[in-house]
Design a protein around this ligand. Structure first.
Ligand code: PRP
Length: 176
């Protein structure tokens, strides 16, 4: 791995407090129900693991992986499912969990696909929201932190698959 300069944006303790707050709100909103929590691989796995353990409502979990197409770093906007859920969602209360909303292309397409399967309800919880970068209108129901347009890593988020293991969120600088 190349040397990289990083600067802490959200330390571990701040993340822990925010995840507790989100879980409290979600538990209130879904009191008496059982959630199907859908994680979007790979980035969501750390946040999702912490979030579900802080919930006061029962849940089951499943995962999807999405694929987007385009040349280089410019996405065409075409998004499809690369790894599908293994759980039928009809009649279930779905909570999609994501590490970050950027252009909004991934989540808007995923929500569209999942709605066609007739869940009882569907909401989205995103750990980070980089709202300045939206290419399609998308608003998550629960957001951990809104962030500026910086390259962030850690707590599941990667740069070339590196840094996902970091316990805090850091801004990556000097990317060459
Ligand atoms: C990232 C992130 C979201 C998506 C958000 O996934 O985890 O799924 O991009 O971007 P968008 O709002 O512009 O669609 P990535 O494809 O980097 O895969 P990863 O989760 O494995 O890191």
């Amino acid at each position: 791995m190349k040397e990289a300069t990083t600067e802490i944006l959200f330390p571990k303790a701040v993340i822990e407090r925010r995840v507790e707050e989100l879980a409290t709100q979600i538990s209130l909103d879904y009191a008496g129900k059982e959630l199907l929590v859908v994680g979007v691989l790979n980035g969501a796995f750390v946040f999702m693991a912490d979030l579900i353990r802080a919930l006061d409502v029962p849940c089951t979990v499943d995962f999807v992986r999405m694929a987007s197409f385009g040349a280089g770093s410019v996405s065409s906007g075409e998004v499809s499912i690369r790894k599908d859920l293994e759980t039928p969602v009809a009649g279930r209360d779905l909570l999609v969990v994501e590490d970050i909303v950027d252009t909004g292309l991934t989540l808007s397409r995923l929500v569209e696909i999942l709605r066609e399967r007739c869940p009882a309800s569907l909401k989205v919880c995103a750990f980070l929201d980089k709202w300045e970068r939206r290419r399609v209108p998308f608003v998550a129901d629960y957001v951990g932190f809104s962030i500026p347009d910086a390259f962030v890593v850690g707590y599941g988020l990667d740069y070339n698959e590196q840094f996902r293991f970091l316990p805090d969120v850091r801004v990556l600088k000097d990317i060459v």
